[in-house]
Design a protein around this ligand. Structure first.
Ligand SMILES: [Zn+2]
Length: 342
């Protein structure tokens, strides 16, 4: 048996062929976010046979995720698993040839460049502009391609970004929408086929790009699965004025930490993430002992959960926490300092 046998349906496809497959098998991809888009992207890329996949996600699995997110099931919720860990376990059973590296972390300006080491391509599975602008800054700085994806309600979009060759995300959207102005899946929901379709387009773009074939998406693909429309819009590079890839760029605002918050409202979750930068290690068993009289505490090797009043505070070993039961960032911060520390 050759290591190529399992990919026969791909190698038979002439434009890819064995030569393309061999390139895929030696590729290295970073996936940022493993939710609705990311879990489908991971599934496609691991089945297609990328060489190495690093999966970073900051969250754990909840029941309302199962409507649209691949790879997860009710047992994972029962076990209190973070998304990247549960995804890695499934993906290793799907294709043991792929080197899969799960990371439970918030991707931010302190760690993104380290995550990019040895990476050829970044896949966007995130759900917020701050993270996407950060990916854009890091990829423009290091001349790395990345594939943007977004989905909400009945529509979604994706763009394949090759810095200095195509438009980047800030050529398309120079500034983030003001907080509260853009629809979120929190307020308008999402049909499950929308992220699955966008992720499928992102994944085939990734396969083409990694295999070195040139038929890449030339613009912004916008799909609407309720109205059944599929359009590709041209996006021009802002060669002079783009804040990231333009000649007058004053640096990488998101990568330098000039933009970004310590407390972040999580999309669709009635929850706020509190992060500590730079991350510092925290002993979950020791924290559990300290909190034993504060409320109902449980923990595993990946996270600790404290239930107190109507809140559920989940703490990770990098001192990050997700405070569930509020969308008030100030309240979440004060609960964090009360129970976890400053
Ligand atoms: Zn640009």
């Amino acid at each position: 048996m050759s290591e190529l046998d399992r990919y026969i349906r791909q190698t038979l496809f002439a434009p890819l062929g064995e030569a393309g497959q061999l390139k895929l098998l030696s590729s290295s991809v970073l996936l940022v976010g493993c939710g609705a888009l990311g879990s489908h992207v991971a599934d496609r890329l691991v089945r297609a046979g990328v060489g190495r996949l690093v999966i970073v996600d900051r969250d754990y699995i909840e029941l309302s995720n199962l409507q649209r997110q691949a790879l997860f099931d009710e047992d994972d919720i029962e076990a209190g698993l973070p998304k990247s860990i549960a995804a890695a376990e499934k993906l290793r059973r799907i294709n043991s040839q792929v080197e899969i590296e799960p990371r439970v972390a918030d991707v931010n300006y302190t760690n993104i460049e380290e995550l990019l080491e040895g990476i050829q391509l970044v896949m966007d599975g995130s759900d917020n502009f701050e993270t996407r602008y950060l990916i854009n800054d890091a990829c423009v700085k290091h001349h790395l391609p990345w594939i943007y994806g977004g989905s909400i309600a009945n529509y979604g979009m994706t763009m394949t970004i090759r810095p200095y060759q195509t438009a980047c995300l800030r050529c398309l959207f120079p500034e983030a929408p003001p907080p509260g102005s853009a629809p979120t899946c929190d307020t308008v929901g999402v049909l499950n086929a929308v992220p699955a379709t966008i992720a499928a387009i992102q994944s085939s773009e990734a396969i083409k790009l990694l295999a070195g074939v040139s038929q890449l998406n030339p613009g912004l693909i916008h799909i609407d699965l309720w109205e059944n429309t599929f359009e590709t819009l041209k996006v021009a590079r802002r060669v002079d004025t783009c804040p990231a890839c333009g000649s007058a760029s004053g640096g990488f605002e998101y990568l330098e930490g000039r933009e970004g918050a310590q407390a972040t409202l999580l999309c669709g979750r009635d929850a706020v993430q509190i992060r500590v930068l730079p991350a510092r290690p925290l002993s979950l068993p020791r924290l559990a002992q300290r909190l034993q009289f504060a409320g109902d505490v449980s923990f595993n090797e990946f996270l600790l959960r404290l239930r107190v009043d109507s809140y559920e505070i989940t703490v990770f070993p990098d001192a990050r926490a997700i405070v569930k039961g509020t969308d008030d960032e100030a309240l979440a911060k004060s609960l964090y300092s009360k129970f976890i520390g400053d």
